[in-house]
Design a protein around this ligand. Structure first.
Ligand SMILES: *Cc1c(COP(=O)(O)O)cnc(C)c1O
Length: 514
């Protein structure tokens, strides 16, 4: 069984000792000073020079190296073991993508370089755009948004611009109650009123409720297909027709495109805008807020609203260039041209797999989910709510409602107990339409043996719950950090410590009369 290294590792601020130095800045040579005519500190305008040293920990180089090495050994990642975080798509990221993304020709590029000197990366980005459009069945893309949620916001702003262009006042965005939380948030940020659409017992959008919600105020709908339950929306063509006839647009949350890669395209389903989380579907290690990129692809009709700049190719001069001359554009959404590194990794990922490979990605991801379900269905305490007879796509949501009712053990306790089993917990309590939700997504990364082990761990936890539930309430016991106090965890120790150091320093400077 995998166990993480357990160090009693303090914060780097706690390691701080006055006078310790990690890195010495070399003295400038006499020749350099003579040739410039000044020492470096004399060249900085007086107003910009610090009066006091910044509040940084004072540590030696070896302290720093040991500290971060120990932290890395306490950490759990997809390179260490199974990480089936539903909706977040934590997949293995091929090292070839990392290697090429850290090539000197990439990392030393500067966004202010002349266009003529960056033709290579522009070509890569242009081709990636074309590929993403082909994969989604759309017309034109922008790679600028820095994450999925940012793509959603960009898409919502385009929907707004489209209705304004047509001279229509439409301010209502329909969002199913199974949607990712970023959907209603993005719609609200773009100025829309969010109208919640309920889910039927079969896990799909309630068509009757949708019909009732449509009006001349409807700007559009934000849909995830397959939805967060892992179910493909059977009525998608009917829904698209209804929305379009009402004058609205369809937005596709394509964060988890590995569910349908090479099998179905949002464009063919009737969607007008799609965002893609390249950091999920096309591999880039992500978590804790980044790094990522959330390109969006749109139909021909919406092309003119895309953010500036748009990468174009001039066949006469055989040159790629950034086009800023777009009068209907919603404007800029990101500095320069977005997060180049995750985009480059996506380019390498797609290129290394090719069309057939991408199709296989979704086949294996879907197979893994359904293989897991066959293993877990018979385990006491867990159920599969919403259309249990239907196959799931890239992920599934099981409920620990029965387990809680019969033993008091909650989805959270199960998640903590899984850490003791040496694997990562799934996403819990999402989507909110499932009570005691455990949302599991193995992706295509896992072999059957690893899925077997995960199902076995869940079975052991269920058995323990019926025998000695109080023990599970104490989990995790094997990890460096035990169960957190959620209130205290919201006030990071670093903040408290920096504050204390600041106060100490203030007192000291007061006592010396400064
Ligand atoms: C992850 C995710 C998002 C948000 O993407 P970020 O890159 O985290 O902003 C939106 N929708 C779904 C379905 C997701 O899984």
């Amino acid at each position: 069984m995998f166990r993480q290294a357990r160090w009693d590792e303090p914060l780097i601020y706690e390691l701080s000792k006055e006078g310790l130095i990690g890195h010495l800045v070399p003295e400038p040579s006499k020749e350099l000073v003579d040739s410039v005519g000044a020492r470096p500190e004399e060249m900085v305008p007086a107003a910009m020079l610090r009066k006091e040293t910044p509040l940084l920990p004072e540590v030696s180089e070896v302290d720093v190296v040991r500290h971060y090495t120990r932290l890395s050994q306490m950490n759990y990642g997809v390179d260490l073991g199974t990480y089936p975080l539903g909706s977040c798509t934590m997949k293995y990221n091929p090292k070839i993508c990392e290697e090429l993304a850290s090539d000197d020709n990439i990392v030393w590029l500067h966004p202010l370089q002349d266009e003529d000197t960056v033709q290579g990366i522009l070509e890569i980005l242009y081709k990636l755009e074309r590929w993403l459009c082909k994969i989604t069945g759309m017309y034109k893309a922008t790679l600028q948004p820095a994450a999925g949620a940012h793509g959603e916001l960009t898409g919502c702003l385009i929907i707004r611009a489209y209705h304004e262009y047509k001279g229509e006042k439409r301010d209502e965005m329909l969002v199913p109650d199974s949607a990712h939380g970023t959907n209603p948030a993005s719609a609200a940020m773009a100025g829309f009123k969010v109208i919640r659409v309920p889910t039927r017992d079969d896990g799909c959008v309630d068509i009757e409720a949708l019909k009732a919600a449509l009006s001349e105020k409807t700007a559009g709908i934000m849909l995830t297909n397959p939805n967060t339950l892992g179910l493909f929306e059977k009525d998608i063509l009917k829904i698209a027709k209804m929305i379009h006839e009402a004058g609205g647009l369809l937005y596709y949350d394509g964060a988890n495109l590995n569910a349908v890669l090479g099998k179905a395209r949002p464009g063919d389903m009737g969607f007008d805008i799609v965002h893609i989380n390249v950091h999920k579907t096309f591999g880039t290690p992500h978590g804790g807020g980044g790094p990522g990129a959330g390109p969006i692809c749109v139909t021909k009709e919406l092309e003119k609203f895309l953010p500036i700049p748009v990468i174009e190719y001039d066949p006469d001069n055989k040159k790629y260039y950034l086009d800023y001359n777009r009068p209907y554009s919603i404007g800029r959404v990101r500095a320069f041209y977005g997060n180049i590194i995750p985009l480059l990794k996506a380019f390498v990922y797609i290129m290394s797999l090719g069309e057939k490979g991408l199709e296989k990605v979704s086949e294996v991801a879907v197979l893994n989910t359904n293989y897991f379900l066959t293993k877990i269905k018979s385990v006491k305490g867990y159920t599969l709510p919403y259309a249990p007879e239907r196959h799931r796509k890239h992920e599934c949501v099981i409920s620990a409602k029965e387990l809680r009712k019969e033993t008091g053990v909650t989805a959270e306790d199960v998640a903590k107990a899984l850490l003791d089993e040496g694997v990562h917990a799934p996403t819990i309590y999402f989507p909110p339409i499932v009570e005691e939700a455990l949302m599991i997504e193995f992706t295509e990364s896992e072999r059957a043996e690893n899925i077997d082990r995960y199902a076995e761990a869940l079975r052991r936890i269920s058995e323990k719950a019926y025998k000695c539930p109080e023990e599970l309430k104490k989990a995790p016991l094997n990890t460096s950090i035990r169960r957190l106090d959620y209130v205290k965890a919201n006030l990071p120790k670093t903040v408290v410590l920096t504050y204390k150091m600041y106060i100490k320093k203030l007192r000291k400077s007061n006592s010396t009369g400064r």
